[in-house]
Design a protein around this ligand. Structure first.
Ligand SMILES: Nc1ncnc2c1ncn2[C@@H]1O[C@H](COP(=O)(O)OP(=O)(O)OP(=O)(O)O)[C@@H](O)[C@H]1O
Ligand SMILES: [Mg+2]
Length: 452
């Protein structure tokens, strides 16, 4: 859920002692060389320029009071595989040194694509750079118990050692106390499974020394200053490597086609690969090829991708149930589309809605990572999400499904005739295929011909 209180409030035992001078990171100076820089606790900096008689005092703010440190990151993932470029992007900003503003990364992607795994791995790689602690906040948006920002802030403040009686009631006051306590601190914060920018905004520290990694199934377009890192399913070679590692097999070269097929059936989605490999790992009597052939022959692809408490279906359910009824209906109907991708015009016909509305709804599904946009205005469902949508169309009355498909096919027939007419000046003759106004392709020439 939310952050646990760190078990070890000050493991190094190095609370600031205001009377002891601390040396900053300067090379050792020989006697008589200068300058030697010393920090006198709250009193300021003393430059000693080669001799005791030449000392200047420059006052600077006192170091912030100590806070409990510690880490509540989940354990690192032993079998973490691939994602080299993405890790590099997350880690390099921390290595680049001081930035003018706080660094915020948003890792967004479809359910089960590996956002939490990536953020966790990156956080472990970065722990040394954030000595004031690491907090992993489970916002749990896609569970039955989503966390409220005010509650999360209260727990974060308690994790800093603040007495619950001193935690203010309002979310704004809690947020400013949180920011205040982190001033001058280097803390790493992972906000996992965020719903919206508004939800995470109050949790983000203000100072540039902190690093925040947010994961979300939604593209957080309205989070100011964030660096988006959209995460796609794995490239085929990484997917195959992950499958082999998790299935605990030592494949022969002859197994490679079966391995490639297995990760194809998983749509290269890490969650699906993890589940399928876990199933293979406990089926010692099966060869890889026998196992994969059996899975491929199944009529119920999503049913194959379940193991124990984990299921691709369940991960998709949480996204689908977050949609309003209109988006759910549109999404189901996209599962009826027989082609590899669609555009707003075809979608308008399929869902019997105006073109502009179809465009907006496709954009919304894209923001939620439920469809991809491989080319401008071309939208495509991930293989497993297409199965999921298709299964859900069976919740609709058969005549509605038939009508949706008929509208779509009419639209394509009409469009093909328009193109033919435009290119060859063949007369238009099947007027019943003409979609209603607003649903035909409105490109110059096309629309005019259609209306003529
Ligand atoms: N690069 C990887 N190497 C090894 N395992 C991975 C990798 N990426 C993901 N996994 C595994 O795949 C499964 C799904 O990953 P993860 O939970 O990170 O997905 P997610 O995108 O956060 O999903 P959700 O949208 O449900 O939060 C987990 O078991 C995770 O450990
Ligand atoms: Mg996650």
């Amino acid at each position: 859920m939310t952050p646990a209180s760190p078990a070890d409030p000050d493991p190094a035992g190095d609370e600031h002692d205001d009377t002891t001078p601390h040396r900053l990171d300067t090379p050792p100076a020989a006697a008589g060389d200068g300058p030697v820089v010393e920090v006198h606790g709250s009193s300021g900096i003393a430059f000693q320029l080669g001799g005791s008689h030449n000392t200047q005092h420059i006052h600077q703010p006192a170091p912030p009071p100590p806070i409990p440190r510690g880490s509540d990151l989940p354990r690192d993932i032993a079998e973490f595989t691939g994602r080299h470029d993405e890790l590099q992007r997350l880690v390099e900003t921390a290595q680049a040194g001081r930035t003018p503003l706080i660094t915020i990364h948003t890792v967004d992607g479809m359910p089960g694509v590996g956002k939490t795994a990536l953020a966790t791995r990156a956080a472990h790689l970065l722990t040394d750079r954030y000595p004031d602690g690491h907090r992993f906040v489970r916002l749990n948006t896609h569970t039955t118990t989503p966390a409220q920002p005010a509650t999360v802030l209260a727990e974060l403040l308690r994790s800093l050692g603040i007495d619950p009686r001193n935690i203010p009631d309002s979310i704004d006051e809690r947020a400013s106390m949180w920011r205040d306590r982190l001033a001058g601190r280097r803390m790493l914060l992972v906000l996992d499974d965020a719903a919206t920018a508004a939800q995470v905004e109050p949790l983000i520290p203000a100072n540039r020394e902190c690093l925040v990694i947010i994961t979300s199934r939604r593209r957080l377009l309205d989070l100011d200053g964030a660096r988006p890192l959209p995460l796609a399913p794995m490239p085929p070679d990484q997917a195959a490597e992950l499958f082999v590692r998790l299935s605990r097999r030592t494949p022969t070269p002859g197994d490679q086609p079966a391995i490639d097929k297995a990760v194809d059936l998983c749509g290269h989605l890490p969650l699906a690969i993890t589940i399928l490999a876990a199933r293979l790992a406990v089926q010692a009597a099966w060869t890889i090829t026998e196992f994969v052939d059996e899975v491929a022959a199944s009529q119920d692809r999503l049913g194959e991708l379940e193991a124990g408490d984990r299921a691709v279906n369940t991960a998709f359910d949480f996204s689908y149930h977050h949609l309003g009824p209109d988006l759910q209906r549109l999404y189901r109907r996209l599962g009826l589309h027989p082609g590899p991708d669609t555009d707003p015009y075809a979608t308008a016909a399929l869902d019997n809605i105006p073109h502009d509305l179809a465009r907006r709804r496709l954009r919304e599904l894209h923001t939620l990572h439920l469809i991809d946009e491989p080319a401008p205005r071309r939208y495509r469902l991930h293989d497993l999400l297409r199965h999921y949508a298709h299964i859900h169309t069976h919740h609709d009355p058969p005549h509605e499904r038939d009508q949706a498909l008929t509208r779509l096919l009419d639209y394509y027939t009409h469009t093909a005739q328009q193109a033919d007419h435009h290119l060859t000046h063949t007369p238009l003759h099947i007027s019943r295929c003409r979609p209603r106004p607003g649903q035909h392709p409105g490109r110059p020439g096309f629309g005019a011909a259609a209306d003529g």
